[in-house]
Design a protein. Sequence first.
Length: 214
Amino acid sequence: KPSSTSARAELATVQARRQGDLLRRQMTPQDSYDQALALRREAAAELASAEARVALLEDELARHTLKAPFDGVIDRKLTELGAWVRPGDAVLRLVELAALRVEFALPQAHYPLVEPGTPVQLRFDAIPGDPLQATVARLIAVGQPAARTFRVQVELPNPRYRYAPGMSVDATLMPAAGATVTTVPRDALVRRPDGSALLWLAREQDGGVSAGAP
C-alpha cells in the first residue's frame, strides 16, 4: 500500500539521520550508518515504485470513467458490467430532470393564432391545484398531414424534480387574439375517412352521462 510504503520511507530517513548524528559524535560504527543509508535508499525506491503504480491506476480509472454532460437519472442500462465497449457505443440512457419539455398537438385551424411566447396553462393530472403558467417555446412548422396538426413545445423548468417524464398534462393556449385553444387527449379524437377529426364529449344530463359531438 502506498501509505505503508511512505511510512517506511519516512522511518528509514529518520533512522539514517539519527545514525549520521551518532556517527559524527563517534557513538556508532560506520557500518551501522551505511546500513541505515541502504535501508533509506531501498525504502525510497519502493515508495517511487508504489507512486508510479498509483499514477498508472488513476490514469486507467480516468479512462474508464464516464462523465455526464448534465445532472440526471439513469433510465436504462444498455450494457452489462464487465462487457467490452467501443468508443461511441451507448452504455446507458440518462434523463435530465431539471429541465423538461411539454409537447402536444395543435390543430391546423389554430396554427395562425399561436407563436413562440404565447401564454399556455398546464394542468397535470398527478399534481392537483392551480394550473402552471408557461409560454410556448417553439412551434414546429412541419405539420402531420394525416392528423392535420402541428407540434407545440413548452419548456418546463423543474429544479425540484416536481414533475416527471411521462406525466399526462392538459394544455390550454391563450392566444393574443383572445380565443382560447384547448388541447385534448389524442384518444378522444375519432378520425374520419377524409382525414378530419371528430371529438366526443361526455356530459352529465338528467342524472346520467351522455356522449356526443360538441
